[in-house]
Design a protein around this ligand. Structure first.
Ligand code: KG4
Ligand code: ZN
Length: 363
């Protein structure tokens, strides 16, 4: 990518698929020129999850000032842009439409190419990006990608622009499991970071079983974990999801050692399942390079254990920079740039917003 970089100029990307509004600018070598994110966490917290209508409206409000700020950060003007990328799916259609329409309008007005980007492809490529001003690493011709977020727990095999799905979750995503456990323990939303913090203060003592499918599939399943955690919470003498006076922060600060231990067990269980599936996939087809991305890739134990697993097996594990694990537009710009340089911009301006858009269906 670096050799061709000079031709690609500056790529602008917009990401509005869920509850983060994000704008980024990347140069042709994949260097981050600007990255702005407006989180809507506070707007949705009251409801314990993302409300689609609130998300779409917040994107409409947040996008214009964010775009101005990002251009200013990069010291660039709209006329410097050589391409515009935007997330076209998967995600909330009303939310996606905000960034997609704005992106198309800008590209049309400027007379530059428009690149519709698959959000999951963005995550999968994020481990090749640098956040300290350096050019992006070359994307290998073949690599495997573990994407672990609030909506996805999938493993893909990339071969050029051909993508095969090797495993997926059959029920909850790993991030969803973190969020549901946190909700039951009254730790608030999103729950992954709170479970991570409590787990650091605890010691895993009672492992949960790793779910397996009778047909031997390497697919994931995290829904059983909730039931087991509910039982352990009752053992601790706490009704699941019972409110505690003083609110979430007080609860987290005063968390009993046994609750911290339980959260450490939960984290171990989720990581154990990820490693179990990766081991089986590696035995079946040798994973040379493995990218690890998505919100759950911010988790402390994930960031320790998966690279250690890789070192023991000769798998080159690349975990996304922590700042790029959650939703961001840098990864969308990078996926867009890679497609632009390869002349594979899909439907271009004809792209529509898609709530479902399985990565393995991309050509
Ligand atoms: O990629 P992301 O920001 O949004 C989706 O596309 O889903 O992922 C959000 C998910 C949430 O479920 C959140 O609880 C989880 O990532 N997460 C974590 C941590 N930070 C975020 N899970 C475990 N440990 C963390 N430190
Ligand atoms: Zn995401």
């Amino acid at each position: 990518m670096t050799e061709n970089g000079a031709d690609a100029g500056v790529v602008l990307a917009l990401e509005t698929s869920c509850d983060e509004t994000a704008v980024a600018l990347l140069d042709g070598a994949g260097r981050v020129l600007a990255s702005r994110i407006a989180s809507q966490e506070d707007a949705h917290r009251l409801y314990g999850g993302v409300v689609p209508e609130i998300a779409a409206r917040a994107h409409l409000e947040n996008l214009p000032p964010l775009l101005d700020a990002a251009l200013q950060d990069a010291g660039a003007a709209l006329t410097d842009l050589s391409a515009v990328a935007a997330t076209a799916g998967p995600g909330l259609v009303g939310a996606l439409l905000v960034g997609l329409s704005e992106g198309k309008g800008l590209a049309l007005g400027l007379g530059v190419p428009f690149v519709p980007v698959n959000h999951i492809e963005g995550h999968a490529l994020s481990p090749f990006l640098s956040i300290d001003g350096e050019a992006a690493a070359a994307v290998p011709e073949r690599f495997a990608a573990l994407v672990v977020s609030g909506g996805h727990t999938h493993v893909f095999a990339f071969s050029g622009f051909g993508i095969e799905r090797l495993a997926r979750t059959r029920d909850d995503a790993a991030g969803e499991a973190f969020d549901k456990v946190a909700k039951m323990a009254s730790l608030g939303y999103p729950g992954g970071p709170a479970v991570d913090r409590l787990a650091r203060r605890g010691v895993a003592k009672r492992p949960f079983a790793v779910a397996q499918f009778k047909d031997g599939s390497p697919d994931f399943s995290f829904s059983g974990l909730k039931t087991s955690v509910r039982e352990r919470l009752l053992e601790l003498g706490r009704a699941p999801a019972a409110g505690i006076p003083g609110g979430r922060r007080a609860l987290e600060e005063d968390a009993a050692p046994r609750l911290c231990d339980l959260m450490a067990d939960v984290e171990e269980a989720i990581v154990a399942q990820l490693l179990d599936r990766l081991s089986r996939l590696h035995e079946a087809r040798r994973l040379g390079v493995l990218s690890v991305s998505g919100g759950v890739a911010a988790n402390t134990l994930v960031r320790e254990r998966i690279p250690a697993w890789g070192r023991a097996r000769g798998v080159d594990v690349r975990v996304a920079p922590r700042a790029l694990t959650g939703d961001n537009a840098v990864m969308i710009a990078f996926a867009g740039l890679r497609r632009l340089l390869a002349g594979r911009i899909g439907e271009g301006l004809g792209a529509v917003a898609r709530s479902r858009w399985p990565l393995e269906t991309l050509e």
